[in-house]
Design a protein around this ligand. Sequence first.
Ligand code: ATP
Length: 212
Amino acid sequence: MVKRIGVLGGTFDPIHIGHLRGAIEVAEQFALDQLRLLPNARPPHRGAPQVAAADRLAMVACAVADVPQLRVDDRELRRDTPSYSIETLESLRAELASDDQLFLLLGWDAFCGLPTWHRWEALLDHCHILVLQRPDADSEAPEALRDLLAARSVSDPQALQGPGGQIAFVWQTPLAVSATQIRAQLASGKSVRFLVPDAVLAYIHAHGLYRA
Ligand code: ATP
């Protein structure tokens, strides 16, 4: 049986309902066997996360504990190097059968930044890319991605074939929530109940995270 595995990386500082609903919707839409959430150790493209990797990992683990399609994957935290997606994909690939399908989920903004990523042109050797498009994202793809899109994008996401190599756009209605907003609310003593799962909220309070 060919397996279908999705991968969503992030700082998850903290994980919230925007990540979780998006992940579940993609898992259902693509009939994924599993969607893995991978907390980044040292994201190459942004500043240091506010809380320790162990706490971000523990919060993701709490969030997915009773969600059958979702898993936490700590491989980027086990490496002592920046979290380069290409290395993560190579390591995931090494654990799968050659015909298993791997889907890398990227928001539109992340996708547009792809040409700055380490060995970005090799990413599609290992996976398909699902670009999570938002109705309000109307910017054009950068010049450096035009040829790639012309050669590799498929208009019907359900038509993605084989273990990797193609790009599809997935439309989702976003939940207007971000980790930045949640950190700010916690720092000012406001409630973030229902923006994060109750188990994550309990972890945040038990460990005194994100207090001003
Ligand atoms: P921050 O506010 O700290 O930048 P964030 O909320 O954007 O964090 P990340 O951990 O950076 O969260 O996001 C990981 C992935 O989840 C990214 O691909 C991002 O596009 C996606 N994502 C974040 N928030 C949402 C949301 N509300 N709905 C759907 N996807 C989201």
